[in-house]
Design a protein around this ligand. Structure first.
Ligand code: 13P
Ligand code: SF4
Length: 437
């Protein structure tokens, strides 16, 4: 069972763009609060038939539309998903991010944080298909890493088919750094500082095109679990870093390395220009004094945790350890006892002795799962309001069953395929990350 049933219609922390709801009748079921997801990293499903699926069981040739699955009972959907997994065996790998609802996580071969999932995709050599239960940028990353040219050559030209069960599962943070804005910013920046002395670093929560931009310009990708090591890598090469798209992860990490706030600035891609370049709303002097230029992006889920929530928890739950994700604002991280990736958060709880009390600031489904799995500890959600990732939540049993049954039939739906030129440069930035220890 998920924290909420897969058919409950209240979703918080990542609103849908109204323009999209007309395309997707399911979107109308949601009351959404939080940031707006414009679907910029979500493409339109392109049916893609792979020859690797030729061993699929005999099924009708025509793709069944998704609405046929929507009314099915969760128990029946789970049974059908299990049946596909049994029939496909090791040919199919299901990857699930920690924020997925419990019913979906139950079917994942591996669940992990963004780093673990991308490493797992990079190491796949034998499977034929990956169903990615996460969001769009994660599936793109899996496609890029699982289908590196040398991997495809070793498989005699066969690609791993990567599917995202619901194409509307995007990431509002990733959408805050569109490639055109990034190219404009780079050109603007070049009018006041030497960009040869700037390493672009992108959080993995970004479109493949931004990862490719970083690859082309000597840059690198990071996740929340290796951001510090990646910034150290970058500063060993250049004086400055341009950090996309999460200003909070960038600021929290740089501060943890001892970089003062006055050596950082925020680049607002919407700043209006007067006579000259807008410079992201900065003066040339401020940019010249900055070692870290933070793109003005954020996670709409983690933005809902506030420093006063930490104060309230400490008052109401004496002795509680406050554990948060570094996508939270600096004011929250500063008041917390510990900050780290989703896997870091899980490890802290798993290693704690019985009787430990926690207030945890990250996506609701993960916190609820920890609460359920660790009854020997007291686990509370840091915010008094529901903070959940509406787009992660779009992956449900109905979409998973729909995508798996089509995969097995050799008529995959929602295939994520990054074009070769973008993948070539994105993999450069991703491989730099995977090489950083
Ligand atoms: P991690 O699991 O890498 O900590 O990422 C959290 C997140 O927000 C994913 O979108
Ligand atoms: Fe994006 Fe935040 Fe959702 Fe992660 S939790 S997928 S960063 S909106």
């Amino acid at each position: 069972m998920g924290v909420l049933s897969s058919r409950v219609g209240l979703v918080l922390g990542g609103a849908r763009c109204p323009a999209r709801s007309g395309r997707d009748p399911r979107a109308r079921q949601y009351i959404a609060v939080g940031g707006v997801h414009h679907g910029g990293t979500t493409g339109v499903a392109r049916p893609y038939t792979s020859t690797i699926m030729s061993t699929a069981v005999a099924q009708p040739d025509r793709a069944s539309p998704f609405p046929a699955y929507r009314g099915l009972d969760d128990a029946l959907l789970a049974e059908r998903i299990d049946a596909v997994r049994r029939r496909m065996g090791p040919r199919l790998v299901i990857l699930g991010h920690h924020y997925q609802q419990d019913g979906v996580i139950a079917h994942a071969d591996l669940h992990g944080d963004s780093y673990q999932l991308s490493r797992s995709a990079a190491e796949r050599s034998d499977c034929e298909a990956i169903a990615f239960c996460g969001v769009h940028f994660m599936a793109e990353t899996a496609d890029i890493l699982a289908n590196r040219p040398e991997k495809v050559a070793a498989r005699d030209g066969r690609r791993v088919t990567v599917v995202l069960p619901d194409m509307a599962a995007g990431c509002s943070m990733a959408d805050m750094a569109a490639i055109d804005q990034v190219e404009d910013a780079w050109a603007d920046l070049g009018t006041v500082i030497d960009t040869a002395d700037v390493t672009p670093v992108t959080y993995i929560n970004s479109a493949a095109s931004l990862k490719a931009f970083c690859g082309r310009h000597g840059g690198i990708v990071c996740t929340s679990s290796n951001a510090r090591a990646v910034l150290e890598w970058a500063f060993a090469r250049t004086k400055r870093v341009l950090f996309f798209p999460d200003q909070h992860l960038g600021r929290n990490t740089a501060r943890g390395m001892g970089i003062p706030l006055d050596a950082m600035c925020v680049w607002n891609p919407h700043a209006l220009s007067g006579a000259g370049p807008a410079l992201g709303g900065n003066t040339p002097e401020h940019l010249a004094a900055s070692r870290v230029i933070l793109w003005q992006g954020h996670c709409s889920v983690h933005a809902m945790f506030r420093p006063e929530h930490v104060d309230a928890m400490r008052a109401n739950l004496p002795g509680a350890k406050v554990l948060v994700h570094p996508e939270c604002a600096m004011e929250v991280v500063d008041k917390a006892d510990l900050a780290g990736s989703t896997s870091f958060i899980i490890r802290q709880v798993e290693a704690a002795p019985p009787g430990t009390t926690w207030a945890i600031g990250t996506e609701l489904h993960l916190v609820k799962r920890l609460e359920r799995d660790h009854p020997e500890q007291t686990i509370r959600f840091l915010s008094p309001t529901i903070c959940m990732c509406a787009t992660m939540y779009r992956i449900d049993l109905a979409h998973l069953c729909w995508s798996l049954e089509h995969l097995e039939r050799g008529r995959p739906v929602n295939v994520i395929r990054v074009d070769d030129e973008t993948a070539r440069w994105a993999v450069t930035a991703l491989e730099r990350m995977l090489a950083v220890r």
